[in-house]
Design a protein around this ligand. Sequence first.
Ligand code: AOS
Ligand code: ZN
Ligand code: ZN
Ligand code: ZN
Length: 408
Amino acid sequence: MNRKQKAKAIEALDRFRIELPSWGFANTGTRFGKFMQDAAASTLEEKLHDAGLVNALTGACPTVAVHVLWDFDDPTDPASAKTTRRLARKHGVKIGSINPNVFQDQAYKLGSFCSPDASARQSAMDHTLDSVALGAAVGSKSISMWLADGTNYPGQDNIRRRFNDLKDAMKQLHLKMGRSWRGAKLLIEYKPFEPAFYHTDIPDWGASLLLCQHAGPQAKVLVDTGHHLPGCNIEQIVALLLNEGRLGGFHFNDRKYADDDLTLGSIDPYAVFRIFNEIAQFEFEAKKAPGSTPVDYMVDQSHNLKPKLEAMVQTVCEAQKLFVKAQIVDREALARAQAKGDITGAEVLLKSAFDTDVSPALEAWRKGQKLEKDPLAALRKSGVIKQLGRERKKARAERGEEGGSSYA
Ligand code: AOS
Ligand code: ZN
Ligand code: ZN
Ligand code: ZN
């Protein structure tokens, strides 16, 4: 990379932040089984410790997304925000997005906000409003709604009735957030299937966008990269949502088949580059500073077999690398190629940025931040995972526990 590209990349890296999920440090599995890792976090403190460690190594992830049911002493008591906030501070991080849980309780068998049972819909709203109070109390900036709502068989329920109840609920939520949690974003995530197998109430970005438009200006679409049917052009969705001012953020992960929650860029790094490219293109045209778009980059991964700390550090470094590659596309030349209809020339401009070795910029940025040149290698050399494994195994045995907390 040349000097100009390097300088631009370093400037953009200063603004690039990616949020880690607390649940990504706990033991996870599939419905077929769960394989425990000694070093997995089981308490909130351990999760925040691990997130703090990844942030200390990479310097790029100062916030942690939390799950209301799993990461607060008592989700119905705003005072319990204090413990969560204090533990985060102790480990050098802040609380990021708040994730209510309207999918685990037996009451939600037929859905949460879309359930045919009015009392289930009310429970979903009560819990979400408790989550709003917690979010405001911990100083978070967003609430992230993912629903497991859907049906398994044609005819099981009325699709339009369900969506209309959901629209009303999101509008009410937006209104209440505006009163008690000023400036916070209401993020609405979509997913085509799973756990529902016939229809999902928010199956795609179109449904998310309709809900956001109905709810109000602070409602934005959350794009989980694993939540698309095969072959979907995710960067086009990103471009259109940016255009409409409704791109709220990402849940980053990679996938081969479905919602696999693999490490970002492990299967298709060019796809991630193309997403960052659309954002960089938007910033270029809007004459905004590179990396300044208020889009929340978050990780949503569960590493069933790979050591979790390694996976997270790897993810952050991979995200930075692909982000930087998108920053160095020659946008003036691209505009010229597009205007001339030079298809090959335009494509080559993207490919050559993607093929550029951007490690000089990443290393220079890390040096400026007093970080290790290669955070993943540093972590692997440190022996910290083994040490945590020994300590946590012992602590769990003392508490009479087997594994860690789980995330389904
Ligand atoms: C589920 O598939 C979604 O990706 C959720 O965003 C996320 O995994 C969940 O909120 C964690 O419980
Ligand atoms: Zn997600
Ligand atoms: Zn998912
Ligand atoms: Zn996923």
